[in-house]
Design a protein around this ligand. Sequence first.
Ligand code: A3P
Length: 322
Amino acid sequence: MAASPDADDVHMAELPLETRCPPSPLRRYGGFWWPEPILPGVVAARARFVPRPSDVFLASFPKSGTTWLKALAFAADHPPRAPDHPLRCRNPHDCVEFLEGLFALSPSPVIRGGDVFAAHPSPRVIATHIPYLLPERVTAEGAGCKVVYVCRDPKDAFVSTWMFAKKMMEAAADADNNAPFAIEDAFELYCHGRSMGGPQWHHVAGYWDASRRRPEKVLFLQYEDMLRDPAGNVSKLAEFMGCAFSDGEEAAGVVRDIVELCSIDALKNMEVNKNGGQLYVKNESFFRKGVAGDWRNHLTPAMAARLDKIVEDALQGSEFTF
Ligand code: A3P
């Protein structure tokens, strides 16, 4: 490991660097590859975030269904009762913030020195792409915090990652960042674990193991299973988060309403998600196809078999298979 993930400080320039995975250079830290702009936030969060027993973390490898999970968890916590639900005017990423993102992007050095989540009221729902290297304060037996992890077929996560990177590069084209990013090159890097948050299979394995050891605190969901049975997964999620629906709410169709509100078609067509967002990350870029198996349209059978084998070998002994 290039640096201790417990360090409060990170000497970025000393960490292994990968510049071939746009949109950001990646640095290897704690066995994983991180976008350079986010890594200080990861380190700061690990050092200074103060968890509360009521916290719920939504964890994921990038492009694995994070946006959907954020929407579902937020809606489970704030069931849609009126037509003006916050998810109709805010992107899910503005409803549930990233732990490392807020620590990284907080503009005030004073705030950056402390815990940027301290002012958030309980119970807090907080997202993260950090692998199962969360601070011990969060994962310790007595901490009380819960974690919901969503994993996705690595082949679809790869394609989604590549598409997302290309979108960001197109958005930044006028900013001198328009070099082509061939899928073959991206795939080669991905197979070596070189992508945001990679290696994907180590990310998944950490949370899978944790969910086996502490099922009452770590809920492991699969994107493909959520697509197959969204209602069942919403009920499971709400129960796990401690906001199970009453019989009355169930009878009134709350689960159906949440599934509909958070469906990719509904979210994609909301004004805020069609036209909102930041300069290089438009809200619409979080909603593409939202299906299982799109890799078939982009990877050759040989590429798919190669990635499957890498993942299978890496997960051997973990009792988890995709
Ligand atoms: P595709 O690029 O395969 O379409 P993340 O939210 O972790 O960035 O993952 C993005 C992926 O989730 C994209 O996959 C996106 O289309 C899909 N997605 C976003 N919102 C979704 C939703 N409400 N339901 C299902 N999939 C969704």
